[in-house]
Design a protein around this ligand. Structure first.
Ligand code: 6GU
Length: 255
């Protein structure tokens, strides 16, 4: 999978792309990321990428010509078969379903917006899909583009272990159950005894109940969409108290 990123701050990508799984995926040739500085497609002596908004108002708007020329030059004939994504807080919300859809393509183009926005003719001319990564405002689309690269890249076969893909949050439609590792007791908090019991049927049931009850508490909107069995409904009716809701933590979060 090839990502072409169009930005005025290519340096913002060096950290996220040069560590851990994304680094290994690039070294193994499974993923490549090509950063393009939009300023390289400006024609004036100040290399301007933005200008004042028509109609007035605060801030600056990214101009259409440098972005359109950059994307057309880099994608060439592949412009017609490559999804062009425009990162903006006013876009459609990016989800795991959209990530799975995007992961089917051999190439993606990501345009990072800055300032108060991008001249809307960019979206029209490039047939771009506007995406946002959530309901908060970033200083620009660069961190959002890095998030999309991370989420899509890990769905590409070979990038990560397929077993971890199947079990995680959002593929089942529920949040994940809590995990523990050694030591068995830390600061007086014991690992739930069922996990040390060796009873695999009981462990699976406990994990299912934890996933259901956490989802109910934190993301009830997700429960609506999950296919629940009669046994799931029974587990949900008997949710245990959150083991982390002990008085010590309550004091810390209240202050
Ligand atoms: Cl894609 N851009 C900006 N500037 N802010 C955001 C975002 C994108 N997604 C969430 N917040």
């Amino acid at each position: 999978m090839r990502f072409d990123v169009f930005t005025i701050f290519p340096g913002m990508f060096s950290g996220p792309l040069s560590e851990s799984i994304l680094r290994r995926a690039q070294e193994r040739g499974l993923v490549s990321v090509h950063l393009h500085n939009i300023r390289d497609w400006t024609t004036d002596k100040h290399r301007s990428v933005d200008d004042e908004p028509y109609g007035g108002g605060a801030g600056m708007v990214m101009m259409a010509p440098p972005i359109v020329h950059a994307v057309e030059d880099v994608l060439g004939a592949e412009l017609h078969t490559t999804p062009v994504i425009l990162l903006t807080p006013s876009g459609e919300r990016f989800t795991q379903d959209i990530a799975r859809e995007l992961a089917q393509f051999p190439r993606l183009a990501l345009i990072c917006g800055r300032y108060e926005g991008i001249d809307d003719r960019v979206r029209i001319i490039l047939n771009a899909r506007e995406l946002s990564i959530g309901d908060y405002v970033l200083t620009g689309g660069e961190l959002a583009a890095a998030v999309i690269i991370d989420v899509v890249a890990r769905l590409i076969p070979g990038v990560i272990d397929p077993e971890s893909l199947a079990e995680e949050s959002y593929s089942s439609g529920l949040l994940e159950y809590p995990q523990y590792t050694r030591p068995p007791v830390f600061r007086g908090l014991a690992v739930p005894s069922v996990l040390l019991s060796g009873n695999h049927a009981k462990i699976a049931e406990w994990r299912r109940q934890q996933a259901l009850c956490r989802t109910k508490a934190r993301r009830p909107d997700l429960l609506q969409r999950a296919n629940l069995t009669p046994r799931d409904w029974k587990l949900l009716a008997e949710c245990p108290p959150d083991p982390f809701a002990h008085p010590e933590m309550a004091e810390r979060t209240e202050s």
